[in-house]
Write a protein that binds this ligand. Structure first.
Ligand SMILES: [Zn+2]
Length: 435
């Protein structure tokens, strides 16, 4: 009887203790510039339009309205987003203007980010990207700057507002794992003397620059890994290395389409760690079955960057790498429990899937197709046209489309279904982690 009473008393005290100690984790995946058009292009190329992407299997999904404040007059709205303002909206719940990193549009004062709040509460944190590690999306979680291009002390972007270089802010934040591009950051001067590399090492970071070094590290190592000069090379390139281009119309008003051809592997990517390799290292490093859990942001950066330069195969290869990483994150959440996976984009991009543009015949004749076009041959042998018409030079503009959001593992996925504002994601993450 006495033993029975003791065990009842133990159960009353121990059960709530063990329940409270269970760590909670968020894996936030941001496909930069991943609008529905970039997803549709990828689905068409790889699966001939069947729902073959992993994200296609995610049942809890919504549609995110993207907008930002105008740089010159933040009381006015721009109906197109950008990575610094979009990252800020996701990381802090506040809209800001283009180029601003977790600061208020009106006066540049900092907004506290979800990563900073998680750190204060004892969570581990990580940032993984295929861009330079100081790029806008990761920066909006662990830095504050009025000019997103203030990467390091030598960046001209630092002069405009006197921002502290983003790389130094990110290191000072003690994010447990940071992986991406940016070997060019290492020799830059750091504020306290010495280089950025020396600063990272003095803060206890293991600095790695090669894929093999990363794969050899034991999980849990506090790591600053940068694997390329600037942004990482992308996985795929177009046929013969080419992107979309102007198409010729002959004297008989016939459009001279190139032969459809398949995407190719980019040899420059061969030595790079893949997004899922970097993400796996981060997950293994941040995971613990005790303590407070972790917040990890993973960015597929060049879905956007390749659309800017009208390279549909570049976008498709990066989108597939991102999608594989989403699957890995959900598999992780299924295995470990108490992990929410949130997948979204910061803004839409310029990609359009159109079939074959026609030259106009009639009184308003034009002798050219205005945008850039590439005809691809899908895996299933079908012709797939990708078109970029937001600019006729090689820097396409973001577009004001809604972007998708997919979730797995939230206690209540409802607030992130249907049509939502981008500002709402932050509150859901905060509720999940801290309440
Ligand atoms: Zn962009």
């Amino acid at each position: 009887m006495r033993n029975y009473l003791i065990s009842i008393i133990l159960m009353i005290f121990l059960i709530p203790l063990s329940a409270a100690a269970k760590p909670k984790n968020i894996i936030l995946l941001i496909g930069d510039g991943m609008g529905e058009a970039e997803i549709a292009l990828t689905r068409a190329y790889e699966f001939d339009g069947d729902a073959g992407l992993y994200v296609d299997t995610m049942k809890n999904r919504g549609s995110v309205i993207v907008k930002q404040l105008m740089v010159d007059d933040p009381s006015k709205i721009e109906f197109v987003g950008e990575s610094a303002s979009g990252g800020t909206t996701i990381s802090t719940g506040n809209r800001t203007s283009s180029g601003r990193v977790a600061v208020k549009a009106e006066d540049g004062s900092p907004y506290k980010t979800i990563l900073e709040e998680a750190q204060e509460k004892g969570f581990k944190t990580g940032l993984v990207t295929t861009a330079i590690i100081t790029d806008a999306t990761p920066a909006t979680f662990a830095a504050h700057a009025q000019n997103r291009y203030c990467f390091m002390s030598s960046s001209r972007g630092c002069q405009q507002f006197g921002d502290t270089p983003i790389v130094e802010q990110m290191l000072d934040h003690n994010v447990d794992v940071m992986l991406g591009g940016g070997t060019n950051l290492l020799p830059a001067n750091a504020a306290g003397g010495g280089t950025v590399k020396e600063k990272a090492e003095s803060l206890g970071y293991k600095v790695v620059t090669k894929r093999e070094e990363l794969l050899d590290l034991s999980a849990g190592t506090k790591t600053f890994g940068v694997f390329s000069n600037g942004h990482m090379p992308v996985e795929w390139v177009g046929p013969g290395g080419r992107g979309a281009d102007f198409i010729r119309v002959n004297d008989n008003r016939v459009v001279m389409f190139p032969e459809p051809a398949a995407c190719e592997i980019n040899p420059a990517h061969a030595d790079m760690p893949r997004l899922e390799e970097m993400s796996k290292f981060a997950l293994d490093s941040l995971y613990s079955d005790e303590g407070e859990g972790f917040f990890l942001m993973i960015e597929g950066a060049s879905i956007d960057k390749q659309a800017h330069v009208a390279r549909p195969c570049g976008t498709i290869g990066e989108m597939l790498a991102f999608d594989r990483t989403v699957k890995m994150a959900v598999d992780y959440a299924k295995k470990h429990g108490d992990t929410a996976v949130i997948v979204t984009a910061d803004h839409g991009q310029a990609t359009q899937v159109i079939f074959k543009p026609e030259a106009y015949v009639g009184p308003l004749r034009r002798d050219h197709i205005p945008g850039l076009y590439q005809l691809l041959l899908t895996k299933g042998g079908n012709e797939l046209g990708a078109y970029y018409g937001t600019n006729n030079i090689n820097d396409q503009a973001h577009t004001g489309v809604n972007v998708p959001i997919y979730t797995y593992g939230l206690d209540n996925p409802e607030p992130l279904t249907g049509i939502i504002q981008q500002t709402e994601i932050y509150g859901v993450m905060k509720d999940y982690l801290f309440n």
